[in-house]
Design a protein around this ligand. Structure first.
Ligand code: ATP
Ligand code: MG
Length: 554
């Protein structure tokens, strides 16, 4: 597991400026932020953005960050998700200061609701959810008061206690804040703050049958923990007045402030736990950690590093306006991260056997190869070369078009770090498919020998046939074809049928030692990760992380 070594200085952004001001003016003495996921799914790259923002902000000002599970909805939450979220945050390189569950505050939240009732600021309503919605009014029309709005404090205390005691069925009673049914902000039109739900909770079991609503619970959670800067996404901007109302009227000693930023959207990516869960449940993918998923566990299995994700999050910055980030930008950061770290090696996809007819039988020579041409510190290795090798089927054409510089009958190419070879003949199977080439090599042309006799235009890669290890390559394209999906359209209809392509081939014999999550650059192909799920002691599976080239630069 990677650990965060030093405090990084993040680029300036509006939230950082606010924190700076608050510290300077003495409004806060120590910054406390939180990352508050609901444990109803696995975290995705959007959450990573929020994690980096909260942890790095606090870190930079020597503050604290809590990991808090916002588990106030018993129905969708699960301990499997709790564990995966902890693992993902830690893998990203962050250590939380406090680890909290909102459900541990249920008693305190209940008591705060009593404070509201006693102040005449909350009442029990008998109306159904539909009735409440219908009387809420619209953006242009005020709502109408509930017939139960003027209940006495005593009656409300009694009813709320009976709600807790289990006297009512789901939906029969709710507790509402009593604010203003004609407020221009619909969120202030007597929002529901407690509802009856007879369901088992992953943490509190059957202790409760009333649960606080998110909009009421969240400000209390922040206040209980002494959070100073509560950072959330823009959809919650209209909730801010109610957030402040709850903190004030519940008489919370600590006063957190909410700040909103634009959520991360990525091209060709669905970014909602609900939709990702649908992909998993409908088996469109191989679980939450399928390498095509934008989940942190999927990105990790694909081969993305925590450092690349952190750098990406930092670079895209913190904005207040809606935008969609090109997913190629994330690719850029993983290329940058692996460029000087990954061993560069030869992997042959869709192999074609080549017999070098003038190479002595039984001879094997060891050739020098740099481990990373851009990073000499990674040293060199020796790779075997002998009479039979594999090249890629794509590197030979019987009838090549113009400007095809790879192998074709009569043409000569350079084998990377080895010799020039010339194609003299080929063998086809009964279907007319070329299955073997016969070539000759020129001993004079050995790589590194300083040969200048003649030039060839093409260089191709290869592996020694006798020692090569079979391997499976899994190539990926975006899971979703375009980004036009909206909340209503079924994104499942936009699934890319070519998102996974499985190809067999060979890798160099030194790959015997490869371990899950080792990362390599295969020449001419891209960066690959040893898949932790499918790789076994006798089966190597590589996930394409990202191809070598991109038209995108930041
Ligand atoms: P989803 O709709 O994917 O379930 P959510 O916002 O409901 O996301 P939570 O578990 O409530 O998921 O989110 C935890 C934190 O992560 C919240 O503070 C939320 O603002 C933040 N977050 C979620 N999605 C994004 C995103 N795409 N970009 C930035 N922050 C995000
Ligand atoms: Mg949510």
């Amino acid at each position: 597991m990677e650990t965060k070594s030093t405090t990084v200085s993040t680029p300036s952004n509006f939230i950082k400026n606010i924190v700076n001001e608050d510290l300077k003016s003495g409004k806060v003495s120590q910054v406390i932020t939180r990352f508050p996921p609901e444990p109803n799914g696995y975290l995705h790259i959007g959450h990573a953005k929020s994690i980096c923002l909260n942890f790095e902000l606090a870190d930079e000002f020597k503050g604290l960050t809590n990991l808090r599970f916002d588990d106030t909805n018993p129905v969708k939450e699960d301990t499997e998700y709790v564990e995966s979220i902890k693992a993902d945050v830690a893998w990203l390189g962050f250590q939380w200061d406090g680890l909290f569950f909102a459900s541990n505050y249920f008693e305190e939240m209940y008591n705060r609701a009593l404070v509201l009732i006693r102040k005449g600021l909350a009442y029990v309503d008998n109306q159904t959810a539909d009735e409440i919605r219908e009387t809420r009014g619209t953006l242009t029309q005020p709502g109408t008061n509930s017939p139960y709005r003027e209940r006495s404090v005593e009656e409300n205390l009694d009813l709320f206690e009976r709600m807790r005691a289990g006297e009512f069925k789901d939906g029969e009673r709710v507790l509402r804040a009593k604010i203003d049914m004609s407020s221009p902000n619909i969120n202030l039109r007597d929002p529901i703050i407690y509802r009856v739900v007879h369901a088992h909770h992953h943490n509190t079991g059957d202790a409760w049958c009333i649960y606080p609503m998110y909009a009421f619970a969240h400000p209390l959670e922040d206040a209980i923990e002494g959070v100073t800067h509560s950072i959330c996404t823009l959809e919650f901007e209209d909730q801010r007045p109610f957030y402040d109302w709850v903190v004030r009227e519940c008489e919370m000693p600590n006063v957190p402030r909410q700040y909103e930023f634009a959520r991360l959207n990525l091209t060709n990516t669905v970014m909602s736990k609900r939709k990702l869960k649908q992909l998993v449940d409908e088996k469109a993918v191989d679980g939450w950690d399928d390498p095509r998923m934008p989940t942190i566990s999927g990105l990790r299995r694909r081969g993305f590093t925590a450092e690349a994700i952190r750098n990406f999050s930092r670079e895209i910055g913190v904005a207040r306006s809606y935008s969609v980030v090109d997913s190629k930008m994330l690719d850029h950061f993983i290329r940058e991260d692996l460029k000087l770290k990954a061993l560069r090696t030869m992997g042959v996809l869709n192999p074609l056997k080549v017999v070098i007819t003038n190479y002595p039988e039984d001879q094997v020579e060891m050739l020098d190869m740099e481990n990373n041409a851009e990073n000499p510190e990674m040293g060199t290795r020796q790779i075997p070369f002998s009479r039979e090798i594999y090249i890629e089927q794509d590197d030979f054409m019987e009838n090549p078009p113009n400007k095809y510089f790879r192998l074709f009958p009569g043409n000569e190419v350079r084998l990377k770090n080895a010799y020039f070879i010339k194609c003299n003949d080929f063998i086809k199977d009964e279907n007319g498919k070329v299955v073997e080439l016969h070539c000759t090599y020129d001993v004079e042309t050995k790589s590194g020998s300083g040969f200048t006799g003649r030039k060839v235009k093409g260089t191709i890669h290869w592996v020694d046939a006798k020692s090569a290890i079979p391997a499976e390559f899994r190539l990926y394209e975006p899971l979703i074809l375009d980004n036009e999906e909206n909340e209503d359209a079924s994104f499942l209809e936009n699934l890319n049928p070519n998102s996974l392509q499985i190809i067999q081939g060979f890798v160099e014999d030194n790959m015997k030692q490869a371990q899950p999550h080792d990362k390599f650059q295969f020449f001419r192909h891209g960066y690959f990760n040893v898949d932790p799920k499918h790789t076994t002691s006798d089966r190597l599976v590589f996930n394409l992380i990202v191809s070598l080239k991109s038209s995108f630069e930041v």
